[in-house]
Design a protein around this ligand. Structure first.
Ligand SMILES: Cc1cc2nc3c(=O)[nH]c(=O)nc-3n(C[C@H](O)[C@H](O)[C@H](O)COP(=O)(O)O)c2cc1C
Length: 436
């Protein structure tokens, strides 16, 4: 498992290989909390301005501009305001946030306190998936250390600013990573998504103004304050500022967490040089899901010799999306009907059941996938699945429905032969025969 920066100085990964980097002592020795001291001397408006200048876009998948989101929080609201860290990290293929929390927990805390000061909030929550209980234990120790050192609580560093931080675990539900479902869960309700608008920035936790940001988004904030928004942005591109963590898994020799500057050129080089190329030398690249399972799958023809740029715009131009940067690489032994079936079973299991298109649609899709893999596929099944996807995409209550539809739509489009083989020959592209 590699953890390293390529094409830039490690920023997010700065303390990944530093002994005891998770402790307050080592964090401060390596420059930690200096950005907070600087930020506490800045006005909230100036902090938001720096974050806007940085072009930081949310690292939780949707890529919404962070500074703009922060500016939506009403300044004169009499209600308390909340800062929430989305540490649910449930997206299949994404595993970067866990390393930030495990090895650099104080960076998360520092980013959240700076956000609290910028937004006039005195309370923050870190929400993790149930399976990340061990990370909450690490975060709790770091929070206690910071509290004992006067970095959390009242009058931080004598600035007059107060901020308190709490941790909370969910019970391992993908939907609780969706920000409004997360807030429902945090309030003690079932993790169902809520209607937007009102957006959380206006009416979030306990109906109060709330900012929800991803772990990596928060750990970017101290860097932005330290070097200034413009300098940070220039590490990447005009529209996609800074550096980005990529979780890479599957059929590569060196899977891991990599930090790349936004705009890194290109995906082929990243896979074949930086990540060591195909796991088995005699196997060819077949497919890549570049941004976590909820984005369009790409075939080798969309990548090889195509100079696919690794940033938000580059991946859209190449026919997919950056998402969370959870890149899954598949060689020619993978049958795309089977891999898509596997993902669809995940979405069916994780559909919260709140809205009909997602609840019923994902269930029907799994039934059809099962029929196909058992050798009972009908010639019209690919079309039928696209029809069901069409009734889910854009018609479900929250984006989980889109996330379930996109892998299937793109798989049928980019790998029609893998579906045809099952529907007509009752076998998989990798030689697997249906159980007829
Ligand atoms: C089904 C679903 C699951 C999600 N899971 C996560 C998650 O685990 N972590 C995360 O940061 N964002 C997740 N998101 C995105 C959040 O809703 C939200 O956009 C994000 O927390 C905003 O923070 P950011 O702007 O810093 O990315 C998910 C969205 C959906 C629709």
């Amino acid at each position: 498992m590699e953890i390293k920066a390529i094409g830039c100085e490690p920023l997010q990964l700065k303390r990944m290989h530093v002994k005891d980097g998770h402790t307050l002592k080592v964090y401060q020795k390596t420059g930690g909390y200096e950005s907070l001291k600087k930020a506490l001397k800045m006005s909230p408006a100036d902090i938001i301005e720096e974050v806007k200048k940085s072009s930081l876009r949310g690292r939780g998948g949707a890529g919404f501009p962070t500074g703009m989101k922060w500016s939506f929080v009403p300044k004169d609201s009499p209600k308390p305001k909340y800062v929430v860290c989305n540490a649910d990290e449930s997206e299949p293929g994404s595993f970067k946030d866990r390393y930030l929390m495990e090895r650099d927990p104080h960076a998360v805390i520092e980013g959240m306190i700076i956000a609290g000061h910028a937004l006039g909030s005195q309370t923050g929550y870190i929400y993790t998936r149930g399976e990340y209980k061990y990370l909450i234990d690490i975060m709790d120790v770091a929070i206690a250390e910071a509290r004992d050192a006067g970095i959390l609580g009242k009058n931080i560093f004598g600035s007059g600013v107060d901020f308190e931080l709490h941790t909370h675990t969910g019970a391992g539900a993908y939907i609780c990573g969706e920000e409004t479902a997360l807030l429902s869960s945090l309030e003690g309700y079932r993790g169902h998504p809520r209607m937007k608008p009102p957006f959380p920035a206006i009416e979030g936790l306990y109906a109060c103004p709330t900012i929800v940001n991803n772990v990596e988004t928060f750990t970017s904030v101290p860097q932005i304050i330290e070097m200034g928004g413009e300098t940070w942005r220039n590490l990447g591109t005009e529209k996609s500022g800074g550096t980005k963590l990529w979780s890479i898994s599957g059929h590569v020799k060196r899977p891991g967490v990599y930090e790349l500057p936004m705009g890194y050129a290109d995906m082929e080089k990243f896979i074949f040089e930086d990540c060591g190329g195909m796991l088995r030398d005699d196997k060819k690249l077949k497919a890549v899901i570049p941004g976590g399972s909820s984005v369009y799958i790409m075939n080798a023809g969309q990548i090889l010799g195509k100079n696919v740029i690794l940033d938000y715009e580059g991946l859209v131009a190449a026919g997919s999306m950056l998402g969370t940067g959870g890149m899954m690489v598949m060689d020619e032994t993978v049958d795309i009907m089977e891999s898509t079936k596997n993902l669809t079973e995940f979405y069916k299991h994780e559909s919260c059941g709140w809205c009909t298109p997602c609840r019923e649609g994902t269930d029907w899709l799994v039934k059809i996938f099962n029929r196909i893999s058992e050798g009972g596929g009908r010639p019209e099944d690919a079309k039928l699945m696209l029809d069901i996807c069409d009734n889910i995409e854009g018609k479900s209550f929250c984006p989980l429905g889109d996330a379930a539809a996109w892998p299937i739509q793109s798989a049928i489009k980019q790998f029609p032969e893998d579906f045809e083989k099952w529907l007509f020959d009752k076998t998989g592209s990798n030689g697997v025969t249906a159980n007829v």
